[in-house]
Design a protein. Structure first.
Ligand SMILES: Nc1ncnc2c1ncn2[C@@H]1O[C@H](COP(=O)(O)OP(=O)(O)OP(=O)(O)O)[C@@H](O)[C@H]1O
Ligand SMILES: [Mg+2]
Lengths: 370, 625
């Protein structure tokens, strides 16, 4: 293999692929990036076996070949080169990198050992707007469970049919839901769970404009944007039956300025930073919301803000971090806080939504028996 | 009328002497076991009847006694183990007087049957009250069996001193266990009138043997002891203060591997635990002492039960320090880590000379769950290689544990980088001045104090905080309850269900919201806010199992439930912590009643003094500075 490629391009691609390379792996080959120069051009691949990336690149190919090259070392070197053309040439057991008057020769691993990556055959593919997709992930991702004992909650549940995309995430204490009408032209309906790791990569890689090609197979899925292919294993379901637990009857609505609530919550929660409890108390009265944190060891905090509320007075406790997560992911000025009883789930949604769009977050209360 | 003075017949002399060596079936057994151990046995089998008074038969697979030496074995002062008196000093064997068999033979009907490797037949010899018969051919595999019948049969005076058969049997068994415990790499089989009472297979794991003898709970709560000081060494296992007994019967002490009793050691043990155990409660300990050559005399007691240490203060010291450091990490930390005043970063090193002897020791954190292996390694009979050149049979614990590994990792560059990176904060020089806490391998919190470094085990620390909080919750200040979106069902068996019903109010005080749902099912709709590991409900079963694990009073059960809860809720090793979380945890920790040991009794804090560090880096510390 011998190729010539511009340094900025190579550096960008190497770091993109490098993001998929696992930090620690028992399989040494997984710490490499596979470079492949063929009649179809140059491609860079990396995988942690669950998640794989293949990037096609523009390069001048003099001769074909495949090398597996230690990812971290490779991108470190390439990043530091001058921004001119780089020549990569495969040698016996090594790769030489030349750029201007700088020359490197680094050992490679046997490309034969590199895992065979999944293909795109036999999966139904469709196209969705990349920006929408990315935004939906961003606004639901925070509720994904980190608890490895409950794998089905370790990702976003994505429901697709010909008219809508729905994304749902929950960790059993809170839930985020986003549904958007989108003409997808699908033959089948799908419900798949996309693991967090893939979500993080998508957030990094997806452009705000343009198309995203999505393919869904039995236990894996791929996403293609521009020259980048991302393959991910899907989490096996079933996703918990969330529809059943989302309350329909939360009729007491408090309307409140989102930023005012976010700022006040963040301030008061300074005292709720304990490893043990993060409780923040919401004291809801006519047209006023008071936030309180009382920690017997540290002290107390209280802040009042204006709100539009004309129902029964109420006191509810929440985990302050959860509440902050919800508020940070609201892209709006006003929110509606829909309540029922202090023991039941509270629902927070933007006061205004686009036609056909549904977005809300649900919080389970945190009760201190006082 | 007076009798003429005559020399006593040799048998009479033997009988008188026997009184010193042989006083009960237990003392016979002791001599026989020691002979088998000296013979390099890997498997020792005892058969007894009538509390050992009617029959004691000990068989081993050791090197045996050649035919021509059989009769000599029964003679007084014949031994194959030493040639001259000075040899006693260096003896690596348990026997050295050449007296035991002669003494036993003089007061019993004794038969030895033995075969050495090179011989194609076994040979037997019988002695009745000291009168030795002809050697005759017999059959057995390599090794020796010694059968002792009718102990004191013709010495009625001595027989009167024996206790009841049951009492003698108890003594036999406890003696048996003393040896079984110290020789894990040997198999021991005990039979009474043909019925097997116990069979301990050989193991390379000292803790496993301790488990067999002392029970699972005790063994699980034991930490490794390993302390060395000026040629003295103490190794072994000791229980964390959580486990204790009403007497000293679970305290085993060995010189090398010779069982001994020593008042100053008993005292040192009690002293080491005095802050943690109420008077009248005793820890279980299995301790192996090694002394520099020439500083101990084993030939002071006829049954070698006691030995004389040249410097018993040193012994007291090493036992006391060794145990303290095993159970706390470091003993006098309390004074050194007085909060606020000492938690000053960048404060100049205090002028006082460091804590006397403390600096000579290795501050080790016991590796609680790590099994350790027997000394001789490769599974060959330990004796040949197990004897230290220094003289005493080597202790079975030759693995070195403790702080040294920690020091190693602190000094490698890679780890230093990891410390800096682990908190996710970019440490530039300015910030470094500000930082109080570092997290090492997402497991330990490091902080600088005046005069040194403090290492806090994050899990143990959090466990202590949660345990105290949970206990407070039972007295009023309840814990937060996070309601669940999806109720969990937890299936229980009948015992667990009963335990649940007994402890229901405790669970609700801790912040669980649980409803009974049929006969065997709980429906969990809320869990404690602080609970980190819910494990799909497994935590509830675990707490109930801990409640059920042992009997005990209501408070004991409750404390066990709290401990189990604290352990499940506590941050684990391997979890990253933010700066403020570390600060908060350390604050909370030193607000608790006992910041030094977690509820299970494991150490939370270790301190390494500057002097210790300087010594390790071979820097010279100017006197009095
Ligand atoms: N089980 C055995 N296997 C092999 N040799 C044995 C065994 N028992 C005794 N002997 C031999 O018989 C000798 C005499 O044993 P005896 O117990 O009387 O004396 P000792 O062990 O040398 O000293 P001590 O009186 O201190 O026990 C031993 O030195 C040893 O050579
Ligand atoms: Mg002997």
């Amino acid at each position: 293999m011998k190729i010539t490629i511009s340094q900025p391009e190579l550096s960008r691609l190497a770091s993109m692929a490098g993001n998929v390379v696992p930090n620690k792996s028992t399989l040494p080959i997984l710490s490499t990036i596979l470079l492949n120069a063929s009649g179809e051009g140059l491609s860079l691949s990396a995988t942690d076996l669950d998640l794989s990336i293949v990037i096609k690149a523009d390069a001048e190919i003099e001769s074909h070949g495949t090398v597996a090259i230690p990812a971290k070392r490779f991108s470190d070197i390439v990043r530091k080169l001058d921004s001119v053309d780089v020549v990569l040439e495969q040698k016996e057991g090594s790769l030489s990198i030349s750029c201007g008057r700088a020359h490197f020769q680094i050992s490679t691993m046997d490309a034969e050992d590199f895992p065979k990556l999944p293909g795109t055959q036999g999966v139904e593919t469709f196209v969705a707007p990349s920006g929408t997709f990315k935004n939906m992930i961003r606004r639901t991702r925070f509720a994904v469970s980190q608890d490895l004992a409950r794998p089905s909650m370790n990702g976003i549940f994505m429901e697709l049919n010909s008219g809508n995309i729905t994304m749902v995430a929950t960790d059993g204490h809170r839930l985020s839901f986003y549904k958007k009408p989108e003409d997808l032209q699908l033959d089948n309906d799908y419900g798949v769970i996309i693991p967090s790791k893939a979500l993080d990569q998508l957030m990094r890689l997806l452009p705000d404009d343009g198309d995203l090609e999505i393919g869904i197979g039995d236990n894996q899925s791929f996403f293609k944007t521009g020259d980048i292919h991302l393959f991910t294993r899907l989490i096996e379901g079933p996703f918990p039956n969330y529809q059943q637990v989302v309350p329909k009857g939360n009729s007491k609505t408090m309307s409140i300025n989102k930023d005012a609530l976010l700022v006040a919550t963040d301030r008061v929660a300074t005292l709720a930073a304990s490893l043990t409890t993060r409780q923040i108390k919401l004291i809801i009265q006519k047209d006023q919301l008071a936030l309180e944190v009382a920690n017997s060891e540290i002290g107390k905090a209280r802040e009042e803000i204006e709100a539009a509320y004309d129902e029964e007075e109420m006191m509810v406790g929440y985990n302050a971090t959860y509440l902050l997560d919800v508020l940070k992911n609201m892209d709006c000025e006003e929110i509606n806080f829909k309540l029922d009883r202090p023991d039941n789930a509270g629902i927070i949604e933007p006061a205004e939504l686009e036609d056909g769009e549904e977005y809300f977050s649900l919080l389970m209360p945190l009760k201190l028996s006082d | 009328m007076r009798s003429a003075i005559r020399p006593l017949a040799p048998e009479t002399i033997n009988r008188i002497a026997a009184g010193e060596v042989v006083e009960s079936p237990g003392s016979v057994l002791k001599e026989l076991i020691e002979n088998s151990l000296d013979a390099g046995a890997t498997r020792i089998e005892l058969e007894f009847a009538g509390g050992g008074i009617n029959l004691l038969k000990l068989s081993d697979d050791g090197h045996g006694i050649p035919r021509e030496e059989l009769s000599e074995a029964l003679e007084r002062h014949s031994t194959s183990k030493i040639r001259e008196l000075t040899d006693i000093e260096d003896t690596g064997t348990l026997g050295f007087r050449g007296e035991a068999l002669a003494a036993i033979a003089s007061v019993s009907l004794l038969e030895i049957c033995s075969r050495v490797e090179e011989d194609d037949s076994a040979w037997a010899i019988t002695s009745r009250g000291g009168t030795v018969e002809q050697v005759r051919p017999a059959a057995r595999a390599r090794g020796t069996s010694v059968t002792v019948r009718e102990l004191f049969g013709d010495v009625p005076v001595r027989r009167k001193f024996l206790k009841s058969e049951t009492a003698e049997k108890r003594r036999l068994q406890s003696l048996w266990h003393t040896y079984v415990l110290a020789w894990p790499e040997l198999a021991f089989i005990l039979r009474e009138e043909g019925r097997e009472l116990s069979h301990y297979p050989a193991t390379t794991d000292m803790r496993e043997r301790a488990r067999q003898i002392l029970g699972d709970t005790t063994a699980r709560h034991m930490v490794e002891v390993d302390m060395e000081s000026e040629g003295y060494r103490l190794t072994g296992l000791a229980t964390l203060p959580l486990i204790s007994r009403g007497n000293r019967s679970h305290q085993f002490l060995y010189l090398g591997r010779r069982p001994i009793a020593d008042g100053s050691v008993s005292h040192a043990i009690s002293q080491a635990y005095s802050e943690m155990l109420v008077p009248g409660r005793f820890p279980a300990t299995v301790l192996f002492l090694e002394t520099p050559p020439g500083l101990v005399d084993v030939n002071v007691h006829p049954a070698k039960r006691e030995v004389r240490f040249r410097d018993s203060r040193r012994i007291h010291h090493i036992v006391n320090r060794g145990l303290k450091s095993a159970i706390h990490g470091e003993g006098d930390l309390g004074q050194l880590l007085a909060r606020d005043s000492d938690l000053l970063l960048g404060a100049p090193r205090s002028g006082r000379a460091a804590e006397g002897d403390a600096q000579k020791e290795i501050f080790g954190r016991p590796v609680v769950d790590a099994p350790f292996t027997g000394g001789s390694g490769g599974g060959s009979p330990a004796h040949s290689s197990g004897h230290l050149p220094g003289g005493k049979p080597a202790s079975p614990l030759n693995t070195r544990v403790g702080g040294s590994g920690l020091f190693m990792s602190l000094s490698t560059g890679e780890d230093a980088e990891e410390i800096a990176n682990s908190s996710g904060v970019n440490v530039n020089d300015e910030q470094r001045e500000e930082r109080l806490f570092w997290q090492l391998h997402n497991t330990f919190i490091l902080t600088q104090i005046r005069g040194g470094l403090v290492i806090i085990d994050q899990h143990n620390a959090h466990e202590r905080v949660l345990f105290d909080e949970a206990r407070a919750a039972l007295d009023g200040e309840k814990m937060g309850c996070q309601r669940l979106l999806f109720p969990h069902t937890v299936e229980l068996d009948a015992n667990e269900m009963a335990a649940w019903q007994e402890q229901a109010s405790l669970f609700s005080d801790l912040g669980f919201l649980i409803e009974e749902f049929g006969d065997h099912t709980l429906s969990v709709v809320g869990i404690p806010d602080s609970l980190r590991r819910w494990d799909d409900g497994q935590v509830i079963r675990d707490i109930l199992d801990d409640v059920l694990a042992e009997t005990g009073g209501i408070t004991e059960k409750r404390d066990r439930a709290l401990m189990s809860f604290a352990c499940k809720s506590a941050i684990k090793a391997g979890e990253g912590m933010r700066d403020e979380e570390m600060r908060h945890l350390v604050d909370q920790l030193f607000g608790t009643g006992n910041p030094y040991t977690c509820p299970h009794g494991r150490p939370i804090v270790i301190r390494i003094s500057m002097d210790e560090l300087e010594k390790r880096f071979h820097r010279t510390v100017p006197e009095g500075n």
